[in-house]
Design a protein around this ligand. Structure first.
Ligand SMILES: [Zn+2]
Length: 503
C-alpha cells in the first residue's frame, strides 16, 4: 500500500489507584510537562520535534508518504482513577473523529497502557472496543504503549499490533512511535492479520528496580531487537506499573509477525529471560534520613552534586508531589547547598508572588494529603526567584517540550537550602526544573528530585552519586507496601515474593 490513509490520535494516562486525587476532565486540558488536549491539524505543529510517540509516528509516516488524518491527542499528569465522564467524553471525541474521517486504511493510537477509569480496569482495552465498534473488527489498529502498561488479554485481542518503549528513562518515546509506523506498514504490506503471541509474567517488579540503565532490565530490553527478523516483526515487553490495584497489573510480552512458531518462540524467550532474572532485581531505597546523611558524607569531598530521588512522591507516577518527608530530613540534618524541586504547592507559590522577590515569607509547605505524604512544614523563607513556570525542557526525556508549572518560585530557607514550589504537578526529570528558577544544579552539594527513574537521563552525567530516599508518598515502591486487594490469583508480590492473598 503506497499511500495509506491513517487516522491518528492519542489518549494517555498512567493511573495510580492509590493516589488520593482523582483525574478529571480539566486535568487533560491543562498542559504540564506535555501539551494539553490538541485537536485536528494543530497536532502536526504542536508535536513536531517532541519526544512523544505521536511525533515519531507522524515523522515516519510523512517520510513514507502516508496520508495522516489527525483527530485528537491528550494526556494528564499521572494521578488517581480517571473519572467516568472524562473518559467517556474524550474517548467519545476520539471515536467520533475516527468515524467521521472517511475511508481509512488504518488507525494509529498513542496510548499509555496503564489507564484505569471508573468501571474500566484496563481502560485501553475499552478505548479499543469503542474504536472497533466504529471501524469494525478487520481494520488494522496499531498502538504504541508506554513501558509501564498493565495490559489485559482483551487489549491484546483488539489491537492489530503494538510497539512499546524499550527504555526507562523513556528516551525512545518518539522512536517507538516511528517503530509503530514501520510495524503497521509491514502489517499493511501483508494484507491480513499478523500471527500474534502474548504472555503475562507471574511476579510484580518494583518501579525502582525497572531502570533499563541497570541490571537486569538492561539485558532484558537489549535482547528484544535480536529476536526480530524474518517471520518476527516485533517483540516487546511492558514491565508493568505496580501502584495500580487491578487484575492485570504486571509485566506482559507482545510478539507479532508472519511465522506463527517463530512468534510464539520469541514471546517464550522473553518470558523465560524474565523468569531467569527474578533473583537479579535490587531495591535501592534508603530511609530518607539515611539518604541525606550519606549525601552529606559524600559532599564533604566536594566535586559535584549527590542526587537524592524521592520516588514515592514522584508526580510522574501518581505521587501528589507535596510530600514533605525528604524536605523534613534535609531540614533536620541542617543540609547546606541543597536544592529540592519541585514541591507542588500553589498556596506557597501564590504567597511568594504576592510578597515579591527578596521578601521573607512565612509559609507552610506541602502536606495537602498528610496521610500519604506527611504533615505540612512551616518555614520562614526568602523569595529568591519568581517565575510564570513556562520554560523549555532541555534533557533527553522531556527535551523538545515546554514546561507549564504555573506560578512558581524558588524559596531559600536559612543560608542555602532552596525549595522550588510550583502550581502544576510536574516530575523533576530535567535540569531545567532547577535552572529555570536560578539554581545551577552543578554548583549544589545535594539535589533532591521528585522522580523515580526518569531523572537518570539528565542527572546521571552530573551526579557523583545517586541515592533513593524512602519518604512518605502515594507511590509506594516496595511491592509489599502496596495495599493490593484485586490482583489476579497466582500473582506474586515482587521478585521472590509470596503469592497475592497468601496469609
Ligand atoms: Zn512510563
Amino acid at each position: 500500500m503506497r499511500h495509506p490513509r491513517i487516522a491518528i490520535g492519542g489518549f494517555q494516562h498512567e493511573t495510580n489507584t492509590i493516589c488520593p486525587m482523582p483525574t478529571v476532565w480539566e486535568d487533560f486540558q491543562t498542559p504540564g510537562a506535555w501539551p494539553a488536549q490538541t485537536n485536528g491539524e494543530a497536532i502536526f505543529d504542536t508535536f513536531a520535534g517532541a519526544n512523544i510517540p505521536i511525533a515519531g509516528f507522524i515523522e515516519a509516516g510523512r517520510a513514507a508518504g502516508a496520508d495522516l488524518v489527525p483527530i485528537l491527542w491528550t494526556a494528564a499528569e499521572p494521578a488517581g482513577i480517571v473519572r467516568r465522564d472524562a473518559f467517556d467524553r474524550i474517548t467519545g471525541e476520539l471515536v467520533a473523529g475516527i468515524a467521521a474521517a472517511g475511508t481509512l486504511d488504518a488507525v494509529y493510537l498513542d496510548l499509555h497502557g496503564a489507564m484505569v477509569a471508573d468501571g474500566y480496569d484496563d481502560a485501553e482495552a475499552e478505548i479499543l472496543a469503542r474504536v472497533r465498534a466504529a471501524v469494525g473488527p478487520d481494520l488494522p489498529v496499531a498502538v504504541s504503549l508506554d513501558l509501564h502498561g498493565n495490559l489485559s488479554r482483551a487489549f491484546f485481542e483488539r489491537a492489530s499490533c503494538a510497539a512499546i518503549y524499550r527504555t526507562y528513562p523513556h528516551l525512545d518515546m518518539a522512536g517507538t512511535g516511528a517503530r509503530t509506523y514501520r510495524l503497521l506498514d509491514r502489517l499493511l504490506m501483508r494484507g491480513r492479520p499478523f500471527e500474534r503471541a502474548w504472555r503475562q509474567l507471574d511476579y510484580l517488579i518494583p518501579l525502582t528496580a525497572q531502570a533499563t540503565t541497570h541490571p537486569p532490565c538492561d539485558t532484558l530490553y537489549a535482547m528484544l531487537p535480536g529476536l526480530e527478523g524474518p517471520g518476527v516483526a516485533s517483540v516487546d515487553l511492558a514491565i508493568g506499573f505496580p501502584p495500580a490495584d487491578v487484575p492485570d497489573t504486571g509485566a506482559s510480552v507482545f510478539a507479532y509477525g508472519e511465522d506463527r512458531a517463530a512468534v510464539e518462540g520469541a514471546a517464550d524467550a522473553v518470558l523465560s529471560a524474565l523468569l531467569a532474572a527474578e533473583g537479579d532485581f535490587r531495591d535501592p531505597l534508603l530511609p530518607a534520613s539515611e539518604a541525606v546523611a550519606e549525601a552529606m558524607r559524600f559532599s564533604r569531598d566536594g566535586a559535584g552534586p549527590v542526587v537524592i530521588a524521592d520516588p514515592q512522591d514522584n508526580p510522574g507516577a501518581g505521587g501528589v508531589g507535596d510530600s514533605t518527608g525528604l524536605l523534613r530530613a534535609l531540614l533536620d540534618a541542617g543540609a547546606r547547598n541543597a536544592a529540592l524541586s519541585m514541591l507542588w504547592d500553589p498556596a506557597a507559590a501564590g504567597a511568594a508572588h504576592a510578597a515579591g522577590e527578596g521578601v521573607e515569607v512565612a509559609v507552610s509547605l506541602g502536606g495537602s494529603h498528610p496521610d500519604s505524604g506527611g504533615p505540612s512544614v512551616p518555614v520562614r523563607a526568602t523569595v529568591e526567584r519568581l517565575s510564570d513556570g513556562v520554560f523549555d525542557f532541555t534533557g533527553p526525556v522531556y527535551g523538545g517540550s515546554t514546561a507549564r508549572t504555573g506560578p512558581s518560585a524558588c524559596l531559600r530557607i536559612g543560608e542555602s537550602l532552596r525549595v522550588v514550589v510550583g502550581s502544576v504537578r510536574c516530575q523533576n526529570a530535567d535540569r531545567a526544573m532547577f535552572t529555570a528558577f536560578g539554581i545551577d544544579p552543578a554548583a549544589e552539594a545535594i539535589l533532591a528530585v521528585k522522580s523515580t527513574v526518569h531523572f537518570f537521563g539528565d542527572y546521571a552525567p552530573l551526579a557523583r552519586a545517586v541515592l533513593f530516599a524512602k519518604a512518605p508518598g502515594a507511590n509506594p515502591c516496595p511491592i509489599g507496601d502496596i495495599p493490593y486487594t484485586r490482583l489476579r490469583p497466582g500473582m506474586r508480590l515482587g521478585p521472590g515474593g509470596p503469592p497475592f492473598g497468601a496469609g
